[in-house]
Design a protein around this ligand. Structure first.
Ligand SMILES: Nc1ncnc2c1ncn2[C@@H]1O[C@H](COP(=O)(O)OP(=O)(O)OP(=O)(O)O)[C@@H](O)[C@H]1O
Length: 254
């Protein structure tokens, strides 16, 4: 269930957007990806999920180059939850989540009780079972986000790559979703803007700046006052939380 990226490069025209990025995520680990707006997080996540081919470098799942994996096999191994993904206007919540089962089913196979159980379980985990029959279009932003996470869970992958999954969520659901992601026996890469949540829920953190890895390590190693000043241009104080033992960041007024 490992994810290893070696020397990934991607860009458009003459602009390099992901510049020689290498990282590795051990089985069961949750890696946080942080960095300022435009630092290349979403672009990198798309390469890691196999949705985009790098210009050079490679991504391997358990040592296997994902460029050589058929799309269905890739989808069984890795679910991607993208920022504000859209779904077909006429679909119900249940139908959106059912799409997550596609990589497990052949064109002719009937909808099985295992498929039904996976969809129900996924909706329950994100607290959306009560909305199963509702048209997707009528959901609030946070509810849509949770349904897209349910779709990824219904896919029953061994890896999840999530691009700002807590965007739009109230604080209760932000914490619930990250707790859920962390508790899953999966290998996860999650882009986050909230540094305190990254500190609480990630085993390790990679900091991107200008498309390159600026730092990586445990939250304690990475989230230093100097780094916050240099990369995020904020003055902050970092202490160890007496409640969860992870770094706790206080941002200072100017
Ligand atoms: N297809 C594209 N064509 C041109 N420029 C692009 C393309 N995709 C991304 N970029 C540029 O690459 C840079 C990185 O974008 P990306 O979305 O990966 O950043 P990000 O770190 O996810 O940003 P944010 O935190 O704002 O979501 C940005 O400057 C963006 O404008």
């Amino acid at each position: 269930m490992s994810i290893v990226a070696q020397n990934l490069v991607w860009g458009v025209k003459r602009k390099t957007i992901v510049s020689d990025v290498s990282l590795s995520v051990a089985p069961g680990e949750t890696l946080g990806l942080i960095g300022p707006n435009g630092s290349g997080k979403s672009s990198l996540l798309r390469l890691l999920a196999g949705l985009r081919r790098p210009q050079s470098g490679r991504v391997a799942f358990n040592g296997q180059d994902i460029a050589k994996l058929p799309r269905r096999a890739l989808a069984r191994q890795c679910a991607f939850v993208q920022q504000s993904a859209a779904s077909d206007t006429n679909m119900s919540v249940r139908d959106v989540v059912k799409l997550g089962r596609t990589p497990h089913r052949s064109a002719l196979s009937a909808w099985s009780s295992a498929d039904e159980a996976a969809v129900r379980d996924a909706l329950t985990r994100v607290d959306m079972l009560g909305h199963a029959g509702q048209p997707w279009m009528t959901l609030s932003g946070g509810e849509r986000q949770r349904v897209h996470i349910a779709k990824a869970l219904a896919q029953e992958p061994t890896r999840m790559i999530l691009d700002e999954p807590t965007n739009h969520l109230d604080i209760h659901h932000q914490i619930e979703i990250l707790r859920l992601v962390r508790a899953l026996e999966m290998t996860n890469i999650v882009a986050l803007h909230d540094l305190n949540l990254a500190a609480m829920f990630c085993d390790r953190i990679v900091v991107l700046q200008g498309g390159s890895v600026h730092a990586s390590g445990t939250p304690e190693e990475v989230l230093t006052e100097d780094l916050l000043q240099e990369i995020f241009r904020v003055r902050a104080r970092v202490a160890t939380s007496p409640y969860h033992g992870r770094p706790q960041i206080d941002f200072l007024p100017e």
